[in-house]
Unconditional design. Structure first.
Lengths: 117, 886
C-alpha cells in the first residue's frame, strides 16, 4: 500500500488544536476525516493518534471553538461532524500568526552562520 | 456556566461510526471486509483508552471510579478473608483505641467550657509568695476592690462546703457552694425553672434563697413542679428554693464534689454569720472566679490586676507587709479545672497514636506481601490498558476500604461498649460526663482512618505502580516484581516498628517503676483494719440556733461519740479528727490551713506562714500507728479548759525550728488567738497529704481545744465497711438526731484510690505498649518469613552444596536481629526524648532510668529473636531436593 517511509514526526505539544482548527476551515468534517486530512496534507509526516484526537475534539468543543453535530455522511452513514465557530476562527488566526512567528524564529536560529571571531 | 456534558455513550458512538466510515473507505479501496476491519482497528489504536480518557475528563469521573474501585476492592478482599480480617482487626484496634482516648481528650482538653464566651472566664488566685504560700484565698475587701476595678464584668467567690440537710426522713449532707449573687450571671447560665439570685444584691448576710441542681430537684422533690414554693433546711437555716438549674449544668470546680454541687446559696460575704466589717487580711474566701470585661485578654487583665495589687499594697502596708509579697494571679478557668489532666492524657494519646502507626505499618507489610503476589494480576491489567495512576488509585482504595472497615467496626464497638469503658476512666477526671461519641469524635475516627489508610496504602501502591509489565508477565506464575525495592521498604518498616514499640515500652516501664516506688514508699501510717466514717456539725447563719457555737459544746459531743463508738463490737480503738485528718483522701479539700505565728520571732500576725493544720483527739496517732519522735502525744487532759497544746511532724520541726528544740515552743494558730499554744510532741513524717511527698509540714491541734465542723471518726478493728456507717449513725444520732453520718470507707481503699489516676495511666499505657509489642513481633515475623521464603531456592542450593545449617541459621538470624538492633538504636534516642517530656508523671525514677531501658531493650530483643527464629528454623529444615526440583 505504501512505499518505504520515514517514521512519522511526533506532534509538538499544543499543535494538535491548531491542526484541527485549520483542517476545519475547509468545511465540516468528522473526526476520522480530520485525522486523515492532517496525515495527507502533511505528506504522511504527521500522524494523529485517535487516542489523542477524539479527546482533543472534545476539548475544543468545550472551549466553543468548534461545534459537533450528528449528521449523515456521503455514503449514508451516521457521523459526528465538526465545524468551526466564529470564536474558533479568531482563535485559528491568532494561533496561526503565533505559530508562524515561532517557526520563523526557530528557522533563523537553525540557519544562522557561526559568528566570526 | 453550567453545561451538560456529553454522555460517554455518545462519545463511544462517535468513535464507532468513524471506525465504520474508515472500514467503508478501505473496502472501497478494494480490501475484504475482514481486512478492512482489522486495518481500521489498527489505525484507530486503543479506542478503549480514548473512551477512558474522555470519561476521565468527566465531572463525576472520580465518583464513578471511586464506586468502581470500592466495589472491586470489596470483591478482592472478600476473596482473601483471612488477610482482610487480620488487616481490619489491626486497624480496628488502632483506630478504636485512638478514638477512645481522643474522645476523652476532646471532652477535657479541646472543648471549651460549656458556658457562653468561655474564653473570658478566669480563676482568681491569691498567693503569698514571700512566705511560700500559694492559693491562700481572698478576703472580702479584696474581692470588693477587684469587683470595683473595672477589670471584670463579674467576679464571684465560690466557696465549696458541705451542709447538713435536715427536715427530710433522715439527715444527709449536701454539696453546697456559697457564691455572690452574680454567680450565675457571671457564668451566663439561666435556671430551667424559677430565677437566679438578683445579681446586684449587696445586703449583709445570706439572701435566704437557694438555687438547686436538677439532681437535687429529682432526689429531694421528685421533680415537683411546685418546688419554687418549697423551702429546705441547711445547717438548721431555712432557705427558699428560687430556681432549678438545667440538667446539663455543671459548675466549674477542682474536685468531682465541687463539680456536682446540689445547692447554691448567695451572700455578700459580710454580716452575720460573718463579720460586719471583715478585715482585709483574713482571707477566709477560698477562691473566686471572674468574667473579664469584654474585649480584655487574660494577659491585659493581669497587667491591670498587678497595678491594682501594687496600689493596694501601698495603701494598706499593715495588711500587706512587703515580706509576704501578696499577689493575685489570673488563670484561665479551663486551665485551672483541667489542671493536671493534660500531661497524662497527652501521653495516652501519644501511646495510642503509636499503636495506630505500628498497626498501619503491619498492614502496609501485609499489603506489600499481597502486592508481590498480585504482581502478575497488576501487570495483566496494565497490559490491558489500565493507566498506572489508575492502578495506584485502585490499590489505595483497597487500603482505604480496609481502614474504613476498621474504623467503622471500632466505632461500633466503642458505641456498644461505652458504658463499660467509661467505668475504666478515673472519676477525678474533670468533665467526665461530657465524654461522648459525637461528631467531633466521629470526624476524628474518620480522619484517623483516612490518614492511616493513606499511609499504609501509599507505600505498596507506589511500589505496584512501578510494575514492569514484560518481566512480570514473563515470570510465569510467580509474578514477582521489584522485590529488591519491596524488601528494603519492608526492612525500614520493621526498624520503625521496633523503634516505636521501644519508646512505648520505655514509657510504660517508667510509669510502672514510678507506681512501684510509690507503692513501696513507707506510708508512715498503717491503713490496715482502719475504717473512717464522716459526720458534720451544723454551722448555722443564725447563731442563735447554733447548738455548737464554741468548743465548750463541741468537746463534750466528741467525747460522747468516742465513748459510744468505742463500745461497738469489733472496735479495738477509736479516734476523731477533722475530715482532713483522713490520710490521702482527695475529696477532703476543705483543708485547714493554720496561720502559725511563732513566739519570739517578732513577726506580725499578718505575716504568719500558713501550715497544713489538722484537728485530732487523743488516740489518733496511736490508732494510725504514727510514731512519736520526742515529747508526748495528746491526752484526755488536753481538754477545752487546759492550756493549748499542739503536735507537729518532723517536716514542720525541720522547717520552723531547724536548729532548736521545738518542744516547749509557743505558737498562735489563728490571727485572733490571744493565748499561746505549746508544742508538746513531734511525730514522724507520714505520707498523709500526698503519696508523692512525705515532706509536708503539718501541725496537729487537739480536737478538745479547737473547733472543727467536718469530722471523721476513725475505727480500728474487725469492722465491716458496709455496715459501719449504719452502726456509727445509730450512736451519733442517739446524741444528736439531726446529724448526718456518711462516707464510710476503709482507709486502705482510700490509699489505693489516691493512686487511681496513676493506675489508669499505667494500665492504659501498659496495655497499649503490650499491643504495640505484639504487633511489632508479628511485623518482624512477617518480614523475616518473607525474606526467608524469597531465599528458599538459594538456601536449598547452599544446603545441597553442603553448607552448614547453623551458618545459614546464623545468617538469617543476623539479618533479622540487625533490623531489630537498628530499631532499638533509633528507639532509644526517641525514648530518651519522650521520657524527658513525661518526667512530670514520674516518681522515684530517673527519666533515663538505665534499668528500665535495659530491661525493655532486652525484652524487645528477645521478642525480636523469637520472631526471627521461627521462620529461620523453618528455612534450614528445607529439604534441598524439594526446593531444587521446583
Amino acid at each position: 500500500m505504501s512505499t518505504k517511509r520515514r517514521e512519522p514526526l511526533d506532534l509538538l505539544q499544543g499543535t494538535l488544536d491548531l491542526l484541527i482548527l485549520r483542517t476545519l476551515i475547509f468545511g465540516p468534517q468528522h473526526g476520522h476525516a480530520i485525522a486523515r486530512a492532517i496525515k495527507h496534507t502533511s505528506d504522511h509526516e504527521l500522524l494523529v493518534e485517535h487516542g489523542a484526537l477524539y479527546p482533543g475534539l472534545q476539548r475544543l468543543e468545550e472551549r466553543r471553538w468548534i461545534t459537533g453535530k450528528w449528521g449523515v455522511s456521503d455514503n449514508n452513514r451516521r457521523a459526528r461532524f465538526y465545524s468551526l465557530t466564529a470564536l474558533g476562527r479568531k482563535q485559528l488566526a491568532a494561533e496561526t500568526s503565533k505559530w508562524k512567528r515561532l517557526a520563523t524564529a526557530i528557522t533563523r536560529i537553525l540557519e544562522s552562520e557561526p559568528a566570526e571571531g | 456556566m453550567f453545561r451538560r456534558r456529553r454522555p460517554v455513550e455518545d462519545f463511544a458512538a462517535e468513535l464507532e461510526s468513524d471506525l465504520q466510515l474508515e472500514i467503508d473507505r478501505l473496502q472501497e479501496e478494494g480490501m475484504s471486509a475482514d481486512e478492512a476491519r482489522a486495518a481500521a482497528r489498527r489505525a484507530f489504536g486503543n479506542t478503549t483508552l480514548a473512551t477512558e480518557r474522555f470519561f476521565e475528563s468527566h465531572r463525576w469521573r472520580w465518583w464513578d471510579q471511586l464506586t468502581q474501585d470500592v466495589r472491586y476492592a470489596v470483591r478482592t478482599l472478600r476473596k482473601a478473608p483471612a488477610f482482610a480480617a487480620a488487616a481490619i482487626l489491626t486497624m480496628a484496634v488502632g483506630i478504636g483505641a485512638t478514638t477512645a482516648i481522643f474522645s476523652v481528650v476532646d471532652a477535657t482538653l479541646l472543648r471549651p467550657l460549656p458556658y457562653p464566651d468561655p474564653g473570658q472566664l478566669v480563676s482568681v488566685i491569691d498567693d503569698l509568695t514571700g512566705v511560700g504560700s500559694r492559693d491562700v484565698g481572698l478576703s472580702q475587701p479584696e474581692w470588693l476592690d477587684l469587683e470595683r476595678s473595672g477589670i471584670f464584668e463579674h467576679i464571684s467567690p465560690a466557696w465549696y462546703d458541705e451542709n447538713n440537710l435536715t427536715g427530710a426522713s433522715r439527715p444527709t449532707t449536701v454539696r453546697l457552694t456559697i457564691v455572690a449573687p452574680n454567680y450565675f450571671a457571671l457564668l451566663g447560665v439561666q435556671p430551667q425553672l424559677g430565677r437566679a439570685f438578683p445579681p446586684r444584691d449587696r445586703n449583709p448576710g445570706f439572701t435566704g434563697d437557694a438555687v438547686i441542681s436538677d439532681g437535687m430537684w429529682q432526689r429531694g422533690f421528685g421533680r415537683d413542679p411546685n418546688v419554687l414554693e418549697k423551702s429546705i433546711r441547711l445547717d438548721t437555716d431555712l432557705y427558699r428554693v428560687i430556681g432549678v438549674m438545667p440538667p446539663d449544668f455543671r459548675p466549674p470546680g477542682l474536685t468531682p464534689d465541687e463539680r456536682s454541687v446540689d445547692v447554691w446559696a448567695a451572700t455578700s460575704f459580710y454580716g452575720p454569720p460573718l463579720l460586719m466589717h471583715p478585715p482585709r487580711n483574713v482571707r477566709n474566701i477560698p477562691g473566686a472566679i471572674a468574667r473579664l470585661a469584654p474585649g480584655l485578654t487574660v494577659a491585659a487583665a493581669q497587667v491591670r490586676v498587678d497595678a491594682l495589687v501594687a496600689a493596694l499594697r501601698q495603701e494598706y502596708p499593715a495588711d500587706y507587709p512587703a515580706a509576704a509579697a501578696w499577689a493575685v494571679r489570673l488563670v484561665p478557668l479551663r486551665d485551672r479545672v483541667m489542671g493536671g489532666t493534660r500531661q497524662p492524657l497527652l501521653l495516652l494519646l501519644g501511646a495510642v497514636a503509636v499503636v495506630l502507626v505500628i498497626g498501619s505499618v503491619n498492614v502496609a507489610n501485609l499489603l506489600l506481601a499481597r502486592a508481590s503476589a498480585r504482581g502478575r494480576e497488576l501487570a495483566v491489567r496494565e497490559a490491558l490498558g489500565a493507566g498506572r495512576a489508575r492502578l495506584v488509585r485502585q490499590l489505595l482504595t483497597e487500603s482505604l476500604v480496609l481502614s474504613f472497615a476498621g474504623a467503622v467496626s471500632a466505632v461500633v464497638v466503642l458505641f456498644v461498649a461505652q458504658g463499660v469503658l467509661m467505668r475504666l476512666v478515673p472519676a477525678q477526671l474533670p468533665r467526665l460526663h461530657a465524654i461522648t461519641i459525637d461528631w467531633a469524635v466521629l470526624l476524628f475516627a474518620f480522619s484517623a482512618a483516612l490518614l492511616s489508610g493513606a499511609i499504609f496504602g501509599l507505600v505498596p501502591a507506589l511500589h505496584a505502580g512501578r510494575v514492569d509489565v514484560i518481566p512480570a508477565l514473563k515470570h510465569e506464575g510467580r509474578g514477582m516484581t521489584s522485590s529488591a525495592g519491596h524488601a528494603t521498604t519492608r526492612r525500614l518498616l520493621v526498624v520503625a516498628e521496633c523503634a516505636l514499640s521501644l519508646v512505648l515500652l520505655v514509657a510504660a516501664g517508667l510509669l510502672v517503676r514510678s507506681f512501684w516506688s510509690l507503692l513501696h514508699e513507707r506510708l508512715g501510717f498503717d491503713p490496715e483494719r482502719v475504717v473512717t466514717v464522716r459526720t458534720r456539725l451544723p454551722y448555722p447563719n443564725d447563731t442563735s440556733v447554733d447548738k455548737y457555737p464554741t468548743i465548750a459544746q463541741e468537746a463534750p459531743f466528741v467525747r460522747e461519740v468516742l465513748r459510744r463508738v468505742r463500745a461497738l463490737p469489733g472496735v479495738d480503738s477509736v479516734a476523731v479528727g477533722s475530715s482532713d485528718a483522713i490520710p490521702l483522701d482527695p475529696a477532703q479539700r476543705i483543708l485547714g490551713l493554720f496561720p502559725m505565728l511563732i513566739e519570739g520571732r517578732g513577726t506580725e500576725a499578718t505575716q504568719a506562714p500558713l501550715v497544713d493544720g489538722t484537728v485530732v483527739t487523743p488516740g489518733y496517732f496511736e490508732l494510725l500507728g504514727r510514731t512519736l519522735v520526742r515529747g508526748r502525744l495528746f491526752t484526755d487532759f488536753d481538754s477545752e479548759t487546759a492550756a493549748g497544746v499542739a503536735v507537729i511532724n518532723e517536716a514542720a520541726a525541720r522547717k520552723f525550728w531547724p536548729s532548736e528544740d521545738p518542744i516547749g515552743q509557743h505558737v498562735k494558730l489563728s490571727r485572733s488567738a490571744t493565748a499561746w499554744t505549746t508544742i508538746v510532741g513531734v511525730v514522724t513524717d507520714a505520707r498523709t497529704e500526698s503519696l508523692q511527698d512525705a515532706n509536708v509540714p503539718v501541725i496537729y491541734a487537739s480536737a478538745y481545744q479547737r473547733s472543727q465542723k467536718h469530722l471523721a471518726i476513725f475505727l480500728r478493728g474487725h469492722i465491716d465497711v458496709a455496715t459501719a456507717a449504719d452502726r456509727v449513725r445509730e450512736q451519733v444520732q442517739a446524741i444528736d438526731s439531726t446529724l448526718p453520718v456518711f462516707g464510710a470507707q476503709a482507709l486502705s481503699e482510700t490509699v489505693s484510690t489516691s493512686l487511681s489516676d496513676r493506675r489508669f495511666a499505667i494500665e492504659a499505657v501498659g496495655l497499649f505498649a503490650v499491643t504495640a509489642l505484639l504487633l511489632a513481633a508479628i511485623g518482624i515475623y512477617g518480614v523475616i518469613a518473607y525474606l526467608v521464603s524469597e531465599r528458599t531456592h538459594e538456601i536449598g542450593i547452599r544446603l545441597a552444596l553442603g553448607a552448614d545449617r547453623r551458618t545459614i541459621l546464623r545468617a538469617i538470624l543476623g539479618q533479622g536481629l540487625g533490623l531489630v538492633a537498628a530499631g532499638l538504636a533509633l528507639g532509644l534516642v526517641c525514648a530518651v526524648i519522650v521520657s524527658r517530656l513525661m518526667s512530670g508523671l514520674l516518681y522515684g525514677v530517673h527519666p533515663a532510668d538505665p534499668a528500665t531501658f535495659i530491661v525493655v531493650a532486652a525484652a524487645l530483643t528477645l521478642v525480636g529473636f523469637c520472631a526471627c527464629y521461627i521462620p529461620a528454623r523453618r528455612a534450614i529444615r528445607i529439604d534441598p531436593n524439594l526446593t531444587l526440583r521446583n
